[in-house]
Write a protein that binds this ligand. Sequence first.
Ligand code: XMP
Length: 516
Amino acid sequence: TVLIIDFGSQVTQLIARRVREAGVYSEIVPFQSAQEAFRRMKPKAVILSGSPASTVDIGSPRAPQEIFEAGIPVLGICYGEQTMCAQLGGKVESGHHREFGRAFLEIEDESALFDGVWAKGTRHQVWMSHGDRVTALPAGFRVIGTSTGAPYAAIADEKRRFYAVQFHPEVVHTPDGAKLLANFVHNIAGLAGDWTMAAYREQAIAAIRAQVGDGRVICALSGGVDSSVAAVLIHEAIGERLTCIFVDHGLMRKGEGEQVVSMYREHYNIPLVHVQAQEMFLSALEGEADPEKKRKTIGRLFIEVFEDEAKKLADAGKPADFLAQGTLYPDVIESVSFTGGPSVTIKSHHNVGGLPERMKMKLVEPLRELFKDEVRALGRELGLPDHFIERHPFPGPGLAIRCPGAVTRDKLDILREADAIYLDEIRKAGLYNAIWQAFAVLLPVQTVGVMGDGRTYEYVCALRAVTSVDGMTADFYHYDMEFLGRAATRIINEVRGINRVVYDVTSKPPGTIEWE
Ligand code: XMP
């Protein structure tokens, strides 16, 4: 195992990811619990992350001193370099020359870190983001790379196997960075790159068994990839002691509820409670046009329904001790936060967020360390069908937030049909996997048209498609016009209630992906 000590950098999870890509298992722990984790895990190597903190500030975080005395290799990145130097007798100062973004590293000397990647005397692009810098090296270290702003941009004490870099090898803007991290774990730490998703599956199952013991788990299935992979994994670990609850709020896409139910019941044989709550959700949403109120109403009802089902299970003598969630790493990166200022709520996301506090349940989150694409790989490993794994994300509040204005049953029916045709055309054109997310929106606007010889006065349907890596930023998808024309014609011809189709060419920012 490689222990990654997190000092609160935005990109710590990328370090773990690169280490996994090199076929080595790693765990991230926040610096506050690093000492305990270090003693428990006895890692073969340690990586120190970046941080928004400054080592020159009083009380700024440090790595447990004992990691430097255990005879194992340590790699410091950015702040990790600075604290390593400060802790081993070097010096760090607030920089007069700050570097943010692209920089160039001059390779001053050969090193095991650069082996087979960067030769002495060459120059390479790296990504920097620092204000402070090291100004004196601890004993035993030498410089192996420099940049304009950082005379100690890469340093090494090969005897003790301590390495540190001021730049961020984990980000894609350091094009060779992944290879440096692979060198560290393979050549320097001597770890074999034989860790795979199959091994992860075994480890995750063992961890679930250890955590749950002979307890019971309930899981809210959304029909999405994350909760599904979590459920299948937990089912492998504890079998019938898992119960899944699928709340059908009537805001799903066409045919989706049935697909979810049949997949779980028939394919996986997972105990599933299918709650038909369409009526309840639709009547609560009646006349509500405010996007935030829609989201809050749906979130609140969801929790009520779920609690109700949990209570029924308890009454039947099967009380749940744990709540399973398909939380991914990007959802938890806020866990170590110094800067701490409250961020503005753009949209109140509804998943099962409010549940744990309300139900006072312990959480089982087997995907906490993974990224979306890794969850997909794990899903494949678990035998989930490809078409399911590759599904586009779908928001918890469903079609309600794709129907600006008041939501009615009629509008939902129109939207569902248009959306299904649009996605069908995308699949037929072979574009589904090139797009992060695509969907139809039904606008609360009617416009005049002419069909046959008659006047029509019907709704406008907007089509949306974006590319994205993580949903945080997105670009609209650049279709060719032929495709859009085809989709629009089919929607207008086949869906009663729509006589005009427009395409949304807004990126995020300034738009969000969903319309509400
Ligand atoms: P926005 O619209 O904020 O969406 O750009 C970013 C991504 O998040 C999805 N989304 C949600 N997912 N519950 C979810 O599980 C929600 O309440 C929610 N709202 C938006 C959205 O579909 C996109 O993938």
